[in-house]
Design a protein around this ligand. Structure first.
Ligand SMILES: Nc1ncnc2c1ncn2[C@@H]1O[C@H](COP(=O)(O)OP(=O)(O)OP(=O)(O)O)[C@@H](O)[C@H]1O
Length: 851
């Protein structure tokens, strides 16, 4: 009977336990993690009850025996450690890998502390009585300290354990040894309340006080402190949002600018700093500065990046981003110089000579040009100023005078005149500006400074594609350097991967071998065209994943992957991982368009139409922004534009759809038209020296080796075969294509008549032509648009036949990377291997069972 009752109870308990654990397995991952955190809190309370408040009772004695028995006197710190771990687990459930790193580091510290206490208490052994062990370093202290003390005496053991504890501390805080000084500085800044970007705090000061930052008199100090605390809170709140990148300005908008340093004030309505930042704010007219040259105070050196933790790569590797010090500081920004005063005089003299009632009321000095604001008197036509363009150019001895009438958002005419004493905008300064620090988005780059001296940063993910054009020597390559360097400074290869196409073979060589590359730098236009094809396939694969798992954007998919919510279908061995952003940079589009115009155009069109949600972004640069390179189709699909000085007005129109770029003065002076902007913004591009780029690339290369994918520049195997959907209709389809392209008339009834086929067959042929992008979509009873010019007919026919264009076949294969057919693994040939396992290298593609 007793046995029966015992077995009954045991079975019952077993069933209950199984039900609970099975239920726990079905819980959402974050509930499970929260459960663990709450469990740690509960244990902390129990341990504290006994170790801190000595609450009596048999249970308490048991707890003491376990805690003090294990870690000895260090037991008093156990509740604190448990509470901290629980808090961390609740706050950062997504940082599973970081949490395990913290656990390892904390264990090393515990071992070190227990051993040191054991040594301090004379290394008692359990043979002398377990109470002594409990009052020293517990069993951990005994087991770790005793052998070391016996081996090398306590004189050596103490420094060894101190070293172990120190190492544990570095592991917990993810601090590599060489960054200790920087971390200490960060900690000091944090403790003293200085860790908010000083520029941001000062901006806020100006808004509140209505005085410029030069006016920091003593009585302002208490207020300054209060303001800073507020700015600090705002910065912290913003930082909390950054994990998701949601709601952050630079993420929502393609480009962000930071209010510039104040321009000089002159004339009848001088402006104070406050008016420049908030037009409606209370203003106190600032006196006209007395000296001929005025400089804004140097931007205070900002605190280090303040990343709480270095980003993790899979496999718990800590990837250390390049130090901010790799990029130098520029000279302080001048808000006014003697040259500006001379120009103001020249302008007013010109107005006087021609009898125009106009005055220069203000100016804002940018790094390259200064914008002089001119207000005209009553009854004076604005055109009178614009008609003086040539005379103004003559008076100021500069051909590059650009008149804005009016300045967007102001009742004033802007006259932009190059500074004779121009300044270089240094990339390091742009990346350290508060505009750049406001977000940790990995695709944010430093663009430069605007005409008011404010820093401009742009989020390439929001562009979502950009066309960069300008005559030779105007600054395109420097821009691309700044862009790539910005990304290397801010992102891990797990966040951003790149394909760099450099047909000129000189500009981007410095980036060869960086781990962010997915394929070696492509110099052959033929391979570049193939790489674009690969990007299309990669995009399709990403889309398939988005559709399969029900996400609209790669960011959502990645967030779900990181939260452990994406599980591959049952039976699949696929390891689901977040997709990196993919940045494709083409340094000379014209070279590609010469080799395979139709293919390149078609690939660009497909990528640009769809790639945004897939996290794929194109940067197309050209020094020949003519209509045969930047075709209508490409233009229509690349919404953001950056025009450096162009050699003609026509080129400016191709890039920006408006004149202006032909008036730019070169060396990084640009008009930037991010997606959604109505008017282009004049910016001076950021400059990064070769040695800075070298320092950054050496740093990233020393962290990781690139894992190239072999398939990127391999021609797609399917191209050689006639597509399945054409079947037996190849001849008819070729005839149909020829008819439609040569007549430029996409009509189904014409096909019926000329090819003597029925309505259904003619409709099918037309659909096939549409799928090959020879005609546009059906427009009801109207004829379809024909997308292929008669000159390109042979290329179109070759594609239908499943051949590549002749240019492809002629090019010799240099063998770099196209060896083997990556899709010869029994898949359908159209589907690329998914990008989920970049880190396992190209070889794993064939093993990827999910297609
Ligand atoms: N942002 C910048 N700040 C200062 N100087 C610049 C800047 N950009 C370009 N320059 C100057 O202009 C020169 C030419 O720039 P860059 O090589 O970028 O031109 P490019 O448009 O790429 O020309 P190409 O098409 O011939 O390669 C640089 O060597 C540098 O002296």
């Amino acid at each position: 009977m007793v046995r029966g009752a015992y077995l009954g109870i045991a079975h019952g308990l077993g069933a209950v336990t199984r039900t609970i654990t099975k239920g726990a397995r079905d819980l959402e991952p974050e509930h499970r993690r929260d459960g663990l955190a709450f469990f740690l809190v509960a244990v902390a309370i129990v341990v504290a009850a006994r170790e801190w408040w000595a609450i009596p009772g048999a249970f308490g004695d048991g707890v003491h025996a376990v805690v003090a028995g294990t870690v000895g006197l260090a037991g008093v710190a156990v509740p604190v450690l448990l509470l901290w771990l629980a808090g961390r687990l609740m706050r950062h459930p997504e940082r599973g890998q970081a949490n395990s790193r913290v656990a390892i580091g904390a264990s090393l510290i515990v071992i070190s502390v227990c051993a040191l206490i054991a040594i301090a208490e004379g290394t008692p052994s359990p043979r002398d009585g377990f109470a002594d062990v409990q009052d020293a370093g517990g069993i951990i202290g005994y087991l770790t300290a005793t052998p070391v003390v016996i081996g090398v005496t306590e004189w050596v053991a103490v420094p060894l354990f101190l070293l172990l504890g120190f190492f544990g501390l570095l592991v917990v805080t993810a601090t590599p040894v060489h960054r200790i000084p920087e971390r200490l500085r960060g900690l000091y800044d944090r403790l003293t309340g200085n860790h908010v970007d000083a520029g941001a705090a000062d901006d806020e000061l100006q808004l509140a006080d209505g005085v410029s930052r030069h006016d920091g008199s003593d009585e302002k100090k208490p207020r300054r402190r209060r303001r800073k605390t507020k700015a600090q809170r705002a910065a912290e709140a913003a930082a909390a949002e950054l994990d998701e990148y949601a709601g952050d300005e630079a993420f929502e908008k393609a480009a962000t600018t930071e209010p510039g340093t104040e321009g000089g004030a002159r004339g009848k309505a001088p402006r104070s700093a406050a008016t420049q930042v908030v037009p409606t704010g209370a203003t106190k007219p600032a006196p006209v500065p007395a000296g001929p040259v005025e400089q804004a105070p140097p931007e205070p050196r900002p605190a280090p990046a303040g990343r709480a933790e270095q980003p993790m790569l899979s496999g718990d590797t800590v990837y250390v981003l390049p130090s901010e010090d790799s990029l130098g500081q520029g000279a302080p920004h001048k808000t006014r110089s003697a040259a500006n005063d001379r120009v103001v005089e020249a302008l007013e003299e010109t107005f006087e000579q021609f009898g125009v009632d106009a005055k220069v009321t203000n100016f804002t000095r940018g790094p390259t040009v200064t914008r002089y604001e001119v207000e005209v008197g009553p009854k004076v036509k604005v055109e009178r100023i614009t008609s003086l363009n040539n005379n103004i150019a003559y008076a100021v001895a500069s051909a590059d005078v650009r008149i804005l009438s009016p300045i967007p958002g102001k009742s004033a005419i802007g006259i932009e005149i190059p500074n004779t004493d121009r300044e270089t905008v240094v990339l390091g300064d742009v990346l350290r500006s508060s505009a750049a620090r406001r977000t940790e988005h990995p695709m944010v780059m430093g663009v430069g400074k605007d005409v008011e001296g404010g820093f401009v940063v742009a989020n390439l993910a929001k562009m979502p594609h950009i066309l960069v054009a300008g005559a030779t020597g105007a600054g395109k390559s420097s821009f691309i350097n700044s862009m790539i360097t910005s990304i290397l400074m801010r992102s891990t290869p797990e966040q951003v991967r790149m394909i760099l196409v450099d047909p000129k073979r000189v500009e981007l060589t410095i980036y060869e071998g960086i781990p962010h590359l997915i394929t070696p730098i492509i110099t052959s236009p033929k391979k570049a065209a193939e790489a674009l094809d690969w990007v299309v396939r990669e995009m399709d694969a990403r889309y398939d994943d988005l559709a399969t798992y029900g996400f609209k954007h790669i960011d959502d998919f990645n967030a779900a992957v990181r939260a452990g919510k994406v599980t591959p279908p049952p039976g699949s061995e696929r390891k689901v991982a977040a997709y990196p952003y993919l940045l494709v940079v083409v340094d000379e589009l014209a070279d590609l368009m010469m080799v395979a115009p139709r293919d390149v155009e078609a690939a660009i069109q497909r990528i640009t139409q769809l790639a945004r949600a897939a996290g794929i972004h194109l940067v197309l640069a050209t020094q020949r922004p003519s209509v045969d390179v930047v075709t209508g189709l490409i233009k229509a699909n690349v919404p953001s534009r950056l025009a450096f000085a162009t050699s003609s007005l026509a080129d400016s129109r191709v890039v920006l759809d408006q004149p202006g770029a032909e008036k730019l003065i070169g060396q990084g002076d640009a008009l930037f038209l991010p997606m959604g902007a109505a008017k282009p913004m004049r910016v001076q591009g950021a400059w990064v020296t070769e040695s800075e780029v070298h320092a950054v690339t050496e740093h990233v290369k020393s962290q990781l080796k690139p894992t190239y994918r072999k398939d990127v520049t391999a021609p797609a195997a399917a191209k050689k075969q006639i597509d399945e959907d054409i079947g037996d209709d190849l001849d008819l389809l070729l005839q149909a294509a020829e008819l439609v392209v040569s007549t430029q008339f996409g009509s189904t009834s014409m096909l019926q008549r000329k090819l003597r086929v029925g309505f259904a067959k003619a409709g099918r042929l037309m659909d096939l032509l549409e799928s090959r992008e020879i005609v546009g979509p059906s427009e009801g009873s109207k004829a379809r648009d024909v997308l292929v010019a008669p000159d390109d007919l042979s290329g179109a026919l070759a594609i239908i036949r499943g051949e590549t264009t002749p240019a492809y076949d002629q090019e010799a294969d240099d063998g770099s990377g196209s060896a083997g057919d990556p899709y010869a693994d029994g898949t359908d040939g159209h589907r690329p291997p998914t990008a989920v396992d970049y880190h396992d290298g190209a070889d794993t593609d064939a093993e990827n069972p999910v297609r």
